[in-house]
Write a protein that binds this ligand. Structure first.
Ligand code: NAP
Length: 488
């Protein structure tokens, strides 16, 4: 059996792709999902307090507004429920092959088809859309011998409710977006909490609030009202590009706000000093929270800033020689992003590996397509993530281009791939803009690949990406007939 389109993943990207393809008349679509449920990172991140730091009205599909958001910044259960509702409303669920982990995706130049090997067998497809997401593979802490620890170790993205934290001595490693959400939630019930900080984060006040019932009723009765709020939030966030991308010195104002927030919430000057970043705000992901700093002033919470040197069965020993005795270790240490293992499993026409695009060695076109990878498209590809706004906007932009390209490929029985010189130009143009951005001001972050190159974030206004991906232009691509099917 040969599918028209195989989609890998069933998070926002995979579900959005299935819906958009059907809207343009492509119906022979199947999704391959490694888990037994849909939802991607919003299925996997179930740690207490998990919440999106982009407002609910913007962090949703433009074609599927949700008037019933309970909070202006949604918690994980509500976002996961939203994805289920959308999948059911657009009848996507029946297209998903659950428990099918994709192990290999290789182009067969003999017949111009993609061969997918999954944990359940093999299939072939004329087109492939990778929608596996950048925040899919938890990164364990880079500490040798963590398995020597006698107690349980869990990553925030693989939260295990069976591990009872009540009255336990808990160590949390990391102070990124996940850590600052989980720490205030668990601190009141644990015996003690030691928070291992390597680099302090810039934290701004959180303006999230419960959505009033009358607002929900208004959104349901008058959808343009919700669209207006969404548009306001979109444009407000676009203004941030002026600081993030155009002139990072503008971030000084936000730094002052973050410092005030810290001063208001932490009275101990020594603790404050240890929590104050020394890099430009925005260089790492900017965090928002009202309850993280106060949780650090609890009697049972301690901030540890010495680096973790060794792991022992009873705890973590820091470089100053102190053994921090613990019952449970929680790794809030993020994800494999620029080194996402999925990209190592995808091989193009000449045997190149897609991981090279994230390493920066392979050119990409509009963060979505790659020379030598005909009829293959990547959602959330190189330099399409954001530090300031909703990644759903970027996904929908990519889907304009992808759905057009797939339609052309299928209707003409052809293989399409970007022209190499245009992909090289796109990649070098994007790269050239990066050093002047806030992400190039000198800090370590998950945006940078092993060579220190930012292959993650889009360095411009998002409406410029929307414009660039509005259509598939055949003149920018090699469009060649697919080889005749092999006969036995
Ligand atoms: P992250 O931002 O990559 O943070 C990982 C943390 O672990 C960093 O503080 C890092 O320190 C620390 N770390 C790693 N190894 C360590 C070690 N050996 N010792 C001490 N600390 C160590 O990961 P994340 O918090 O899971 O967030 C990842 C991304 O997911 C976010 O930026 C965001 O895009 C998304 N996310 C969003 C939300 C939300 O919407 N609110 C919530 C969760 C996640 P260094 O800084 O020194 O490397």
């Amino acid at each position: 059996m040969v599918l028209d389109v195989a989609v890998v993943g069933s998070g926002f990207g995979g579900i959005g792709a299935a819906i958009r393809l059907r809207q343009v008349g492509v119906t022979d679509v199947e999704l391959f999902e490694r888990a037994s449920n849909l939802g991607g990172t919003w299925r996997d991140n179930t740690y207490p307090g998990c919440r999106c730091d982009v407002s609910s009205n913007l962090y949703s599909f433009s074609f599927a507004p949700n008037p019933a958001w309970a909070n202006s910044y949604s918690y994980q259960p509500d976002i996961w429920r939203y994805l289920h509702t959308v999948a059911d409303r657009y009848d996507v669920r029946r297209l998903i092959n659950f428990n099918h982990e994709v192990l290999d995706v290789s182009f067969d130049a003999g017949d111009g088809l993609w061969r997918l090997t999954t944990s359940q067998g093999q299939c072939a497809a004329r087109c492939v859309i990778l929608a596996t997401g950048g925040l899919a593979e938890p990164r364990p802490p880079d500490i040798k011998g963590l398995s020597d620890f006698a107690g349980p170790v869990m990553h925030t993205a693989r939260w295990d409710d069976a591990i009872d934290l009540r009255a336990k001595r808990v160590g949390v490693i990391g102070t990124g977006a996940s850590a600052i959400q989980v720490v205030p939630q668990i601190a009141p019930s644990v015996d003690s909490l030691e928070l291992f900080q390597r680099t302090p984060a810039w934290i701004l006040p959180h303006f999230g609030h419960a959505v009033l019932e009358r607002t929900q009723r208004l959104y349901a009765a008058a959808p343009p009202a919700q669209q207006l709020v969404r548009a306001w939030d979109y444009w407000r966030r676009e203004l941030m590009v002026l600081g993030f991308v155009k002139d990072p010195r503008r971030m000084v104002k936000a730094e002052a706000l973050a410092r005030e927030h810290l001063e208001r919430q932490v009275s101990d000057p020594v603790l404050r000093e240890r929590l104050t970043p020394t890099y430009r705000l925005g260089c790492k992901r900017v965090l928002i929270s009202n309850d993280f700093y106060p949780s650090l002033s609890r009697d049972n919470v301690r901030l540890v800033t010495g680096p973790i040197a060794t792991v022992e069965p009873t705890g973590l020993r820091t470089a100053d020689g102190e053994l921090h005795e613990l019952d449970v270790v929680i790794a809030a240490t993020g994800f494999f992003v620029t080194d996402n293992p999925m990209a190592t499993k995808v091989r193009g026409a000449f045997g190149e590996v897609l991981a090279d695009a994230l390493r920066g060695d392979l050119a990409n076109y509009k963060g979505t397509a790659f020379p030598g990878f005909p009829n293959l498209f990547m959602l959330g590809g190189p330099n399409t993530a954001l530090g300031h706004s909703s990644v759903i906007f970027m996904l929908e932009s990519q889907l304009n281009y992808v759905s057009d390209a797939v339609k052309v490929a299928l209707s003409s029985g052809s293989l399409v791939e970007p022209k190499a010189h245009l992909a090289a130009k796109w990649t070098s143009d994007v790269r050239a803009r990066l050093p002047a951005t806030v992400w190039g001001t000198g800090c370590a972050s998950w945006y940078l690949n092993e060579h220190g190159v930012n292959t993650t974030l889009w360095p411009d206004f998002t409406f410029n990406f929307r414009r660039a991906t509005r259509h598939f232009d055949p003149r920018d691509h090699l469009v060649v007939a697919r080889p005749a099917p092999r006969t036995a």
